[in-house]
Design a protein around this ligand. Structure first.
Ligand code: PLP
Length: 412
């Protein structure tokens, strides 16, 4: 069974519009395209129910119901309870609020492990807690491969370790970190594991309980939805966090860690992600007995196979280009390397190459992508020039990758 790519692309208005369809789009880790199911729900909300939700008049009741449908849908996809979810404006803000919520429970001398592989969203907010006497320890990448060594984590963990904050998959290196091994070490030490899933979620559908971390965060604007940050936590962990919402909301699960308040329409539209996956499911499978998470997993398995093929098509070509240093593993394998491929041209400036590709309607970007510490640790002299990142998702095609490879041959 392979993914019917024409059917997939048919769901996306951006591929139906002659102008935008010309672009080979590889900036998905920055923000993915959106299928019609999400757009239709967003439109509907703005057209007919764009009022303060949860009131007693019809449009307000409908708005609240649309939001509740979305909470349920995302919870079902993650195989969890909607009350364990916070929908904030972004993952960066969710991390910031989370760090503040942990603060009262931390004592001077308590330790937090952060990496230098992560996006700054899962580093800076924890480092700020050093102002309150918390000791920050850094789990560092190998400067050549960009990967984290689990043995190094063992050496960083001690009796004062309270939190270990890491990424499931770096937005630069692309390696899927070994979450089971990390959890085992962290939980053995009585600490909590806090996982950034932003670069993981477009490629793997988490069953959050099975993932085994204590808190899991990702952004739906990278998983084919609107601009929302989703934060999931284990019930017993969430219960211990200090509410960051208004005092009268401190018992409300969706509000206690969201001082910004919910973004009504953007949340309501998230149910469109589930609808999109179901449209794909019905096209590829017949078993109607599966629940939403199981259906989603089957679809993600198809995504993963397709993405691994495309990633290897590109990686194989990059390996033949003498002027290129590939970051991370040289081959993609499902569950080991996401189709997020960063490389550094040895002779040319990354921005020059990116500009030339754009002239040929190929969309990639260069820079540090807010994983600045990672790019610095990789030894790049100019982190703003950084790496060139090609981020593939399931709607990309072999032809698009071929165009990219042809473009790069002339430039690297
Ligand atoms: C790996 C990773 N973590 C965190 C973030 C921050 O997410 P948001 O933009 O929702 O704050 C990003 C955004 O690019 C990311 O790539």
């Amino acid at each position: 069974m392979t993914l019917d790519i024409d059917f997939v692309r048919h769901q996306y208005p951006v591929f139906q519009n002659p102008e935008t369809a010309q672009w080979a789009f590889f900036e998905n880790a920055g923000g993915s395209y959106v299928p019609r199911q999400v757009i239709e729900r967003l439109n509907y909300f703005f057209k007919y129910t764009k009022v303060q939700p949860y009131g007693l008049f019809d449009s307000s009741v409908a708005a609240g119901e649309a939001m509740e449908t979305a909470y349920r849908c995302v919870a079902e996809l993650l195989n969890t309870d909607p009350d364990q979810l916070t929908f904030g404006p972004s993952t960066t803000l969710n991390f910031y609020v989370l760090a503040q919520a942990f603060r009262p429970a931390l004592r001077p001398g308590d330790e937090i492990v952060v990496t230098n592989q992560d996006h700054e969203a899962n580093i800076g907010c924890w480092r700020r807690l050093s102002e309150f006497g918390v000791v920050i320890k850094e789990w560092q990448i190998d400067p050549q491969s960009g990967e984290l060594d689990i043995e190094d984590l063992k050496n960083l963990i001690g009796i004062r370790t309270r939190l270990v904050c890491f990424t499931l998959c770096s937005n630069i290196v692309g390696t899927m970190n070994d979450v089971s091994a990390i959890n085992a070490i962290v939980h053995d030490a009585g600490a909590l594991s806090i996982a950034d899933g932003v670069s993981f979620a477009p490629h793997q559908l988490a069953d959050v309980d099975r993932l085994g971390v204590d808190l899991y965060l990702f952004s739906t604007y990278k998983t084919f939805g609107t601009h929302i940050g989703v934060m999931w936590g284990k019930k017993e962990v969430l219960a211990k966090l200090e509410s960051q919402g208004h005092y009268f909301n401190s018992d409300k699960p969706h509000y206690r860690l969201n001082p910004a308040g919910p973004l009504h329409a953007e949340i309501a539209a998230l149910a469109g992600i589930g609808e999109y996956f179901d449209t794909l499911y019905e096209k590829h499978f017949t078993d109607v007995s599966l629940n939403r998470h199981q259906r989603g997993t089957k679809i993600y398995d198809l995504f993963a196979g397709h993405e691994a093929r495309l990633a290897n098509q590109l990686l194989n070509a990059l390996q033949e280009m003498p002027g290129v240093r590939i970051i991370g593993q040289p081959q993609a394998a499902v569950g080991r390397r996401a189709a997020t491929i960063a490389f550094i041209p040895r002779e040319k400036k990354p921005s020059e190459i990116v500009k030339r590709l754009a002239e040929n309607l190929i969309a990639v970007r260069n820079g540090h992508f807010y994983a600045r510490r990672c790019v610095e640790a990789l030894g790049l002299e100019d982190p703003d020039e950084g790496v060139i990142r090609v981020s593939l998702v399931h709607y990309n095609t072999e032809d698009e990758v071929k165009r990219l490879i042809e473009g790069l041959w002339g430039l690297c």
